[in-house]
Write a protein that binds this ligand. Structure first.
Ligand SMILES: Nc1nc2c(ncn2[C@@H]2O[C@H](COP(=O)(O)OP(=O)(O)OP(=O)(O)O)[C@@H](O)[C@H]2O)c(=O)[nH]1
Ligand SMILES: [Mg+2]
Length: 193
């Protein structure tokens, strides 16, 4: 998700809010509209955004925040707390094995973003100094292998594929051998489901 843009937008919104001595209900609606747009632009799921906004609205109106002495700051606090709980209170890290390569397999419904996520993960991990190998184990959907190759090419990250077999276990094993010989410490397997 594109959180870089989100954080600067939210900073701008909270800066405007914090300084306000009074906030009307329509000010609040306007602010929430801006927060909503910022979240949508950052690619947060629409249903989640809707729920998020209505929770904030409920809290702000329910706790008589607007009538308090520091309404701006309190609204900012509510938005902040909700955002923290939305993103999950704690950061979850990838379990890196002490005996490389670490294997990450992407599974999920069709079209849920496995291949795209494989590329994003590889890119993030490379920035952290890792040397990932992408593996094309979606041998069913037409052009799925090619899609991963395009992703790999764009990122300049190697992709292992084997179009002569549909045996994905075999392909994964071959990829492991290649990873070991080429010193790829992360193997990211793109699958069909
Ligand atoms: N907006 C948005 N679109 C995404 C995201 N991730 C993937 N997509 C899009 O969703 C569509 C499916 O993404 P893929 O990565 O191909 O999904 P997949 O799970 O590999 O799909 P299959 O291989 O067909 O099972 C593509 O058009 C992607 O551009 C995301 O984080 N946000
Ligand atoms: Mg895919």
């Amino acid at each position: 998700m594109a959180f870089e843009g989100l954080s600067s937008k939210l900073q701008e919104i909270t800066r405007k809010l914090s300084g306000k001595a009074r906030i009307t209900e329509s000010d609040l609606k306007e602010v929430l509209r801006e927060v909503k747009l910022a979240l949508l632009e950052a690619d947060v799921n629409y249903k989640i955004v809707k729920e998020f906004i209505s929770t904030i609205e409920e809290k702000a109106l329910g706790q008589d925040v607007l009538k308090s002495l520091t309404p701006g700051q309190q609204v900012v606090k509510i938005v902040r707390d909700e955002l923290v709980s939305l993103l999950g209170g704690e950061e979850s890290k990838i379990n890196i094995t002490p005996n490389p390569p670490t294997i990450i397999m992407l599974v999920g419904l069709q079209g849920s973003g496995k291949t795209t996520t494989a590329g994003k993960l590889a890119n993030i991990l490379r920035k952290k100094g890792k040397n990932p190998l992408l593996v094309a184990c979606d041998v069913y959907r037409p052009a799925a292998i090619q899609q991963l190759q395009v992703v790999g090419k764009q990122l300049n990250i190697p992709v292992y594929s084997n179009e002569t077999t549909e045996d994905v276990v075999q392909i994964a094993k071959q990829a492991m051998n290649i990873a070991i010989s080429k010193l790829n410490d992360i193997v990211i397997i793109d699958t069909a489901r």
